[in-house]
Design a protein around this ligand. Structure first.
Ligand code: MLT
Length: 312
């Protein structure tokens, strides 16, 4: 019942503009990445792709909007790790990240960096570690909401340093970064797409890349492992989803357009300039994204559940 019109409509897909929902605020990494893929995929699909920033509540408002949308391929969701962590943290999540979506494919993978307002006292990574350990209650750590990439990164940082800082949640790291540049908050652990340009422009400063290796996009910034800190590694991957029940031929077209985008040299170099890698075509598939999500639900979602981190 009701499936026949959908099947008929899938034959001329896409015949009108598509909406790609980004569940975090404008100006953040998710927004930037979504716009790169919307532009590339609309060329392939021959229809406009509009980016809809439905931000708030750790990405759950935008995700719920897509879960409820008609499963016809015209409403899509670009989201990262919070698709997995929200399941562990929200007791009344109005959708299920696996059961209510069809994975289209993975899109990107990128590192994170610890940045601070310019006036934050420590001069380098060694001083940063000492300062934060000595003054935890005075340090404000911005993030994009519980379970967001910046929150996970902040949690890992606090865990390895053995401190609890004042957490200040935003609707995305776009607005958090604006406040960091304005000096209203002290610290942020964010993806490189938003942080590299203001670091290079001297509007904020970077203490360390999360992980074992320095970032090609910020070669002068040490890796956190250089301060003798181990086990602080985080990489953020974005993936594209459609509502559950989207017809297979439509999903096939969307996956093909995504695969074309991730292998497009222009897309790859645009992302590379922000320190982010487009995945290979083999990862831009429903199977790869399904496996990635399952892994994140088990590891990161499990970690948060164990730590008792709750959103409501
Ligand atoms: C954003 O786009 O604002 C980020 O992806 C949020 C986050 O830190 O997860």
């Amino acid at each position: 019942l009701g499936l026949a019109p959908l099947a008929a409509a899938s034959q001329d897909f896409p015949s009108r503009p598509i909406t790609m929902v980004m569940p975090y605020a404008p100006g953040g990494p998710g927004d930037t990445i979504t716009r790169v893929f919307a532009a590339a995929m609309q060329n392939t699909l021959g229809q406009q792709i509009l980016v809809d920033n439905t931000a708030g509540a750790s990405g759950t408002i935008g995700s719920a909007k897509v879960a409820r949308a008609k499963p016809d391929g015209y409403t899509l969701l670009m989201i990262h790790v919070s698709h997995a962590t929200n399941l562990a943290m929200f007791k009344d999540l109005p959708y299920h990240p696996v059961r209510d979506f069809e994975p289209v494919g993975s899109a990107t993978s990128g590192p994170m960096v610890i940045v601070a307002r310019n006036g934050f006292p420590p001069k380098d990574l060694a001083e940063f570690v000492t300062h934060v350990k000595a003054n935890p209650a005075k340090v404000n750590l911005a993030h994009a909401g519980v379970g967001s990439a910046s929150h996970l990164c902040g949690l890992m940082m606090m865990s390895v340093l053995g401190v609890q800082l004042n957490e200040i949640p935003y609707k995305g790291t776009g607005p958090a970064l604006t406040d960091l540049m304005g000096g209203q908050v002290d610290l942020l652990c964010d993806q490189t797409s938003g942080t590299v340009p203001p670091v290079k422009a001297g509007r904020i400063k970077a203490y360390a890349a999360a992980g074992k290796a320095r970032l090609p996009s910020l070669p002068e910034v040490p890796a956190i492992a250089e301060a003798g800190i181990q086990g602080f590694d985080i990489n953020i991957s974005f993936g594209l989803y459609a509502p559950k029940g989207t017809p297979q031929p439509v999903l096939g077209q969307l996956t093909a357009a995504l695969q074309k985008a991730v292998t497009d040299p222009e897309v790859r170099s645009k992302l590379e300039g922000m320190g982010i890698a487009a995945v290979g075509a083999g990862q831009a598939t429903p199977a790869a994204l399904r496996a990635h999500l399952a892994h994140e639900i088990e590891t990161l979602g499990g970690l948060l559940a164990k730590a008792g981190v709750k959103a409501n």
